[in-house]
Design a protein around this ligand. Sequence first.
Ligand code: PEP
Ligand code: MN
Length: 362
Amino acid sequence: MGTKLTIKPVQEWSIYKGRPLIISGPCSAESEDQLMDTARQLAALKKVDVYRAGIWKPRTRPDAFEGVGREGLMWLRDVKRETGLPTATEVANAAHVNDALKFGIDVLWIGARTSANPFAMQEIADALSGVETTVLVKNPVNPDLDLWIGAIERISRAGVKQIGAIHRGFSAYEKTAYRNQPKWQLPIELRRAIPEIPLICDPSHMGGARRFLYEIAQKSMDLNYDGLMIESHNDPAKALSDKNQQLTPNDLQELLSRLILRQPLSKDSKFLDVLGELRSQIDIYDDQLLDLLEQRMCVAETIGKYKKENSITILQTSRWEEIIQKAVSKGSSKGLSEEFINLLFKAVHQESINHQNVIMNS
Ligand code: PEP
Ligand code: MN
């Protein structure tokens, strides 16, 4: 994939106090009181490493709350003075970068709508040229691994060494339980392409609802992510953005205390750690296999309806021959035996026929 990047391991970052790195704070800075009160409560937990708040909010529709702007940077500076917490905010252009640096923001993150835009990424990278700071790059809204890698490369080429990737999920047209699809294989592939990149999971924007946050956070820990970014608010019900996904500081503490972390201490537990991560990857691929099978059966049922309307038989031998031959030859190029492909495809085909039968006879 090309360039070797110089990325400082997360263990050497000054904001890192141990795994997982916890970044928390409101979706948006809304008022001086809301920002300071939330920060005080989070600081008291002694579990939060970085305080986040959006100052400029990229909103899907024009009438939504677009953030308090520069004024919020002063509030964040006060939060840092009072609580000692390093601060983080989202930047989407060069002016944001310059303002945030001026007010001593410690971590700049790049949102999903911005990392999808190479022009904006290059503008931000140029503004960061030669600056020693920490930059976290969210995955682009669309599941395009190269776009994510490209955004990271631009920041790296500007000379920034403390770069991390935030996995916040990918948007889809279909309505699904989660607000954004995890597509866990993408961050896994990102790590294969850039093994040294610290990986942070954002369960808030992925789940979009409080009830999903724990399961997503746990999954990311099982995949050996380095940290979590979780939105919290002193009064979530009154939040001006993302109110359904923000936690009170108390609920954040409760979530964090339930997280199971495998400790890579001895040689033995290191082994279990790796094994656990690999098994989580297997679980993800198994889930995808099931999702794909479900989709395949849906199409089979549609075909069943269509055949019924046109009075055509279910089994068409020539079509089946064609499918199995293609699968055997493609399978062998992927290291899958003819015997396995025959068994698998016969089973899948039989299941499709069963689904079609139900439709034809209904
Ligand atoms: C956010 O972190 O508040 C945000 C806008 O996130 P994203 O870019 O992931 O939508
Ligand atoms: Mn948000």
